[in-house]
Write a protein that binds this ligand. Structure first.
Ligand code: PLP
Length: 377
């Protein structure tokens, strides 16, 4: 029996469409890389405006495949934010490259600072991974310009930002490739699952091939009699998505615009309730721009106030979290590029993530805010 929260950090919007999707696959008697995956890829490509969408088993695999497809390997450096989930750093190490961490712009705008990225470019730098923190796109115009100037490839880690756009263009088409996650607590949830989007034919082709053992034809094509022989042209992997997860993804994709609007509504209500809380602030508050509102993060005046609030939430059985500790401070990633990340570390000491999910109620938002007002007063 899981611990019973009065308000969980996130919750699924699952119902009849998801049940029907799973049953449709069970009745079809075809479990992996078939019509559901194909349809999910087409529908996702249409939603993001990307030329290609390639379904993968999770976003970490997607990041690894994008790094490989864009040529990262032994001896290369991959620039990425220090305020991030550890997946980018792990994927970088997996391909034999070294992550180099850059600081955020500010506590108000905790996405990666383009000037910080530029300061850390060396002769070994190959790729920049930009992460749209909390659902808010990074300063992609500056980052893309830097990448053009320095001849670097650009990957969007769009795991927080499915459905968001930047200057009128959807995330997913703002770099050479983008990765999305459908992990259980993301804006679209299938359990495990991910998607790579790209406008580049060469990247799409390579990601497709590496996803399936480096083979030149797919099981599904052979099943349909389209091909019977294959070659293996690359050291490949098995990073495929199966039909059950793809079917769930299609149901969740239909709900995404409405659910992101509901997230925006709850985020706005939080902001109204918390704006007079002395010493506390909300990142991105009042800044123009779109967001997928993946996370509701608040910043305490200091670490002690944050920890006191976290304890008060636990007492009230309201689930909170921290997004994220500074990646460069983890044992596995401490090293050369751990210096000069003061803003990320300050952010990590003061940040607290509050519950935010489409199916929450105004009463739940009010209850969370009451706990914070009591703890923060
Ligand atoms: C969730 C997440 C990932 C990893 O996604 P998986 O599908 O679980 O591998 C990577 N980056 C960020 C920013 C994430 O939030």
């Amino acid at each position: 029996m899981p611990f019973k929260w009065t308000v969980p950090l996130s919750d699924l919007d699952y119902g009849a469409p998801e049940r029907a999707a799973v049953l449709r696959v069970l009745k079809s008697r075809w479990l992996t890389m078939g019509p559901e995956v194909e349809a999910f890829e087409k529908e996702f490509a249409r939603a993001t405006g990307a030329k290609h969408a390639v379904a993968v088993s999770n976003a970490t695999a997607g990041l690894r495949l994008c790094l490989l497809a864009l040529g990262a390997g032994k001896g290369d450096e991959v620039l990425q934010p220090a305020l991030n989930f550890v997946a980018s750093a792990n994927a970088t190490r997996t391909v034999g490259a070294e992550p180099v961490f850059a600081d955020i712009l500010s506590l108000e705008e905790p996405t990666v600072d383009p000037a910080e990225l530029e300061a850390r470019v060396t002769a070994k730098t190959k790729i920049v991974v930009a992460m749209h923190y909390g659902g808010r796109p990074c300063r992609m115009a500056e980052i893309a310009a830097l990448c053009r100037r320095k001849k670097l490839a650009l990957i969007e880690d769009a795991c927080h930002a499915v459905g968001a756009s930047y200057k009128g263009r959807p995330v997913g088409v703002l770099g050479d490739a983008a990765c999305f996650s459908f992990f259980g607590n993301k804006n679209m949830a299938t359990g495990e699952g991910g998607m790579v989007t790209t406008d580049r034919d060469d990247v799409a082709e390579k990601v497709r091939r590496l996803r399936s053992h480096g083979m030149t034809t797919l099981t599904w094509d052979r099943h349909r009699g389209h091909a019977s022989r294959y070659d293996v042209t690359d050291h490949g992997y098995n990073d495929r998505l199966d039909e059950l997860h793809a079917a769930l993804g299609r149901a969740q994709l239909k709900k995404l615009p409405g659910n992101n609007r509901r997230r925006a509504r709850w985020a706005a209500l939080y902001l109204r309730r918390l704006k007079n809380l002395s010493g506390w602030s909300v990142p991105f508050a009042g800044m123009p721009g779109d967001s997928a509102h993946h996370l509701m993060v608040v910043l305490a005046p200091d670490e002690a106030a944050r920890d006191a609030a976290a304890a008060a939430f636990k007492e009230a059985r309201v689930q909170t979290s921290l997004h994220y500790p500074c990646v460069a401070d983890f044992t596995a990633f401490r090293g050369r590029s751990s210096g000069g990340l003061a803003k990320t570390r300050d952010f990590a000491r003061r940040a607290l993530t509050l519950p935010l999910f489409p199916t929450m109620t105004a009463a739940q938002v009010e209850a969370v805010c009451r706990v914070l007002r009591r703890a923060g007063a």
